[in-house]
Design a protein around this ligand. Structure first.
Ligand SMILES: [Cu+2]
Length: 656
């Protein structure tokens, strides 16, 4: 289950090395060559990099800001952090997953921990946790480096430009850059234009470090990200502006030959401003203004120790987040109507995580991780509190929750094969939307949703198994991966016939509630075969199941999915032919407003060539996605918006 970690940072006791013990998967984003990487290289979006990970699928509401699902679970059950920093999205309609506030050029890699065995900073991670690791030049690296990328895609006229620079010395480093991404409407298979699928994004970042002595250093981060004019064809509204400001400062110390090997303390602050816009849409019956804001500040302190066969990690973290969203409706001729949709909820959360990796000889490893967290939530908006109190008389303005998780994993490595089995239990507190959301329209099932402050914590028992084996000196390898989550008090929206909808086209109102049980299970099989020294064949098969307490299918669960491809490599040239598809989604969540999705298959081609001119390292990449221009929709396309039709891309990366 342990993924390969590839990185080029030279600081000796980077937290990456020590937290790699319970990783499940890594996708490499930066320039370094990695095992798992998007074929589009540096210019691929963060979403395209995420697509490479086995346990991840992406919910699309347009061509920008896809929502990652880990083990068939979306944002509510997944923890996403940036270099250990907590950050929370600001849109009541989930238009802006946290992964949309960074650029590929900001990142070194993305770490995925599957299930309850999360990274130390993760809370509420029943499905898994993602940590977006920032790219740092590090001390004692290449003295000076310059890089630039440019890319073009024919479908939607997507353009990507980025430039960055890095300086590295014995006692100082800094690396920073800017990037710009811009696209018009894309065309679905067959050539029809998908209206409101455009976007624009600018990003600037800088990371720096000062070495104070041989043993300690100070490091900092600054990211500014701004998306504007983003269309969401699956929704009724677009985004005028989604802006993030992310910053951190950390102190790091390491010791040689000591019990405690490294200790890092980081303080951070970030804020997000999200402004929705329906002024570009035709036939808007009631125009609405819907801004959302999210502020987070926090710290974590992470220590790594080693004693005998134990590798210990201890992490303390504390954060305070505020979420506020409101809505003003302008019915023609009448006075505007105002509502608070997220009642300025302040969440104070603090937790302690412990991890022990026990190496029992060469063949056996046991990993145990635990976390206990306490949180307090307060509704700071009197108006929002009073509005919700109408439905929940006696509700308080302040709540406390205690959540925790414990997971254990045993790994057996014998010649050419590795077996891993694990088990865990964990709980999560309801999200702000689930507990305090007020008339949030969901276009997926056309219901208005109201939060429920009386929700119980949701919990789950996870079991997982993974078996990998290789034959013929690694020329043939296979991996089987399976996990199952048995939920108690699963949180989902339930129809409330006594309430009437606020949104014009809505079918009714749903209130979040706990259902006694639910089950989600995921299976995957991957194989690699070296047919010839220059020819490789790889295949990935996946299947997921999800059902509620009445045995009815849950929504957004993947049908049988497959990818199979041939890789060729001649010197500096690399090419790939790939077929990707899904079977028909027959177990769809009818009870939850989901419609079935037909089977589909597409053909992709890609190639890259690496060369150098003078001292410049160049990489030229080109490819065709959906070569046969097939019109298709996947189960994860919100409201069945079609995917891109034929798309030709070409991009060039230069490094000095
Ligand atoms: Cu939004």
């Amino acid at each position: 289950m342990i993924g390969l970690l590839l990185f080029i940072i030279s600081f000796p006791s980077d937290t990456l090395t020590t937290s790699s013990q319970n990783l499940d998967e890594v996708v490499v984003v930066s320039r370094s060559q990695g095992s798992k990487r998007s074929f589009k290289g540096n210019v691929a979006s963060v979403d395209e990099h995420l697509k490479e990970l086995n346990h991840i699928s992406l919910v699309r509401r347009g061509s920008y800001a896809w929502e990652p699902m880990v083990n068939s679970m979306s944002t509510e059950r997944v923890s996403t952090s940036i270099d250990g920093m907590k950050i929370f999205y600001a849109c009541t309609d989930k238009m802006d997953p946290v992964t949309s506030y960074v650029e590929s050029s900001n990142l070194q890699n993305i770490l995925l921990n599957s299930g309850l065995n999360g990274n130390p900073q993760a809370t509420g991670n029943i499905g898994g946790s993602l940590d977006l690791k920032l790219r740092r030049a590090g001390f004692d690296g290449e003295a000076f480096r310059l890089g630039a990328d440019a890319g073009y895609e024919s479908n939607g006229n997507l353009q990507v430009y980025s430039a960055d620079a890095a300086v590295s010395r014995r006692s100082f480093y800094t690396n920073g850059g800017v990037s710009y991404r811009h696209a018009g409407n894309y065309k679905e298979g067959g050539g029809r234009e998908v209206l409101f699928s455009q976007f624009r994004k600018v990003n600037a970042y800088d990371n720096f470090g000062f070495r104070l002595s041989d043993q300690d250093a100070i490091e900092g981060t600054f990211i500014y990200d701004r998306a504007s004019n983003v269309g969401y064809p699956a929704l009724n509204m677009d985004v005028a502006k989604a802006e993030a400001f992310i910053t951190s400062l950390s102190y790091r110390r390491h010791w040689e030959d000591k019990l405690v090997q490294s200790w890092e303390t980081k303080a951070y602050y970030n804020h997000i401003t999200h402004v929705m816009d329906d002024t570009q849409r035709p036939d808007v019956q009631i125009h609405m203004d819907m801004p959302g804001k999210s502020w987070t500040t926090g710290l974590y302190s992470l220590a790594n120790a080693q004693k005998g066969c134990h590798e210990l990690t201890a992490n303390y973290d504390l954060y305070y987040n505020r979420l506020f969203a409101d809505m003003t409706m302008y019915p023609g001729g009448a006075a505007p109507m105002y509502m608070v949709t997220w009642p300025d909820v302040g969440t104070l959360n603090t937790g302690l995580a412990l991890n022990d990796r026990i190496l029992l000889g060469k063949a056996h490893t046991v990993n145990v991780s635990t976390k206990l967290a306490w949180q307090q939530q307060r509704l700071n908006s009197q108006e929002g509190y009073q509005a919700l109190s109408v439905f929940f008389p006696g509700m308080k303005q302040q709540y406390h929750q205690l959540t925790g998780r414990i997971a254990a994993n045993y790994q057996l490595s014998i010649v050419n094969s590795q077996l891993s089995i694990g088990m865990g239990w964990g709980s999560r507190a309801p999200t702000v939307t689930e507990a305090y959301g007020y008339y949030l329209n969901n276009t997926f099932d056309q219901y208005d949703y109201i939060g429920n402050p009386h929700l119980k914590n949701e919990s789950a028992i996870e079991v997982n198994a993974n078996y990998q084996w290789s034959m013929f000196n690694g020329q043939c390898s296979m991996a089987l991966d399976a996990n199952a989550f048995f939920f108690q008090n699963y949180i989902i929206g339930q129809f409330e016939p006594r309430l009437s909808a606020m949104t014009v086209a809505a079918e009714g109102v749903k209130v979040y509630g706990n259902i006694p049980h639910a089950t989600i299970a995921n299976f995957s099989l991957t194989s690699k075969l070296d047919i010839l020294p220059w020819l490789k064949w790889s295949t990935r098969l996946g299947y997921s199941l999800g059902c509620d307490n009445e045995g009815e299918p849950l929504p957004l669960i993947s049908p049988f999915a497959y990818t199979t491809g041939l890789d060729v490599r001649f010197g500096r040239f690399q090419g790939k032919v790939e077929v990707q598809g899904n079977a028909r989604q027959s177990n769809y969540g009818k009870k939850y407003g989901e419609t079935p999705t037909n089977a589909w298959a597409i053909l992709n081609l890609s190639a890259n060539y690496q060369f150098s001119i003078f001292n410049y390292q160049l990489a030229l990449r080109a490819g065709i996605e959906n070569l046969l221009d097939k019109r298709y929709t996947t189960y994860a396309d919100w409201c069945d918006i079609p995917q891109k039709g034929r798309n030709i891309y070409v991009n060039l990366s230069v490094e000095l």
